[in-house]
Design a protein. Structure first.
Length: 160
């Protein structure tokens, strides 16, 4: 079943690139006591994700934070090394934290799977965005496969 507004974010372990290499980070640590703009993309370095989705959150980071967002977090079913390289490529800096869901633990627990096996991409997560307050989903947007309409930073700003 797909996660919905009012649900608690699943407690899973994700990975982020730290100064000394890969570091485990729990979803509990990401969301506890914070208002988080959380978004997921089908794949790092893919056209829409790299040209529109992540750049929109980087460009709107200050606007989101002015509306009370404590952090902006992006996830994808990619390994931590890919997410670290993509963060550099996208100039995410301190604006957007990139976390890897390499085992699809969050994706499966949240019911946000997108099976792109026939396209050579395997299991991914759907394109989504949400506002999470203290671990609880307050707003949720999911785009159908291949679309980028409801999950942008600009749309999330309208919901704050």
């Amino acid at each position: 079943m797909t996660i919905k507004v009012g649900d608690k974010i699943p407690s899973v372990t994700l990975m982020k690139m730290g100064p000394d290499g890969p570091q485990a980070i729990s979803s509990d640590d990401i969301f506890a006591g914070k208002k988080v703009a959380f978004f997921g993309v089908p794949g790092a370095f893919t056209p829409t994700c790299s040209a529109k989705h992540v750049p929109g959150f980087v460009a709107n980071a200050d606007a989101l934070k002015s509306k009370g967002v404590d952090s902006i977090v992006c996830t994808s079913v990619n390994d931590v090394f890919v997410m670290g390289a993509w963060a550099k490529d996208q100039n995410a800096g301190d604006a957007v934290q990139m976390v890897a869901d390499g085992d699809a633990a969050f994706t499966k627990a949240a019911g946000l799977e997108l099976d792109l096996t026939g396209k050579g991409l395997g299991l991914r997560n759907e394109r989504f965005s949400m506002i999470v307050e203290d671990g609880v989903v307050k707003s949720l947007n999911i785009d159908p496969a291949g679309a980028f309409e409801k999950t942008s930073a600009e749309e999330l700003l309208k919901q704050l």
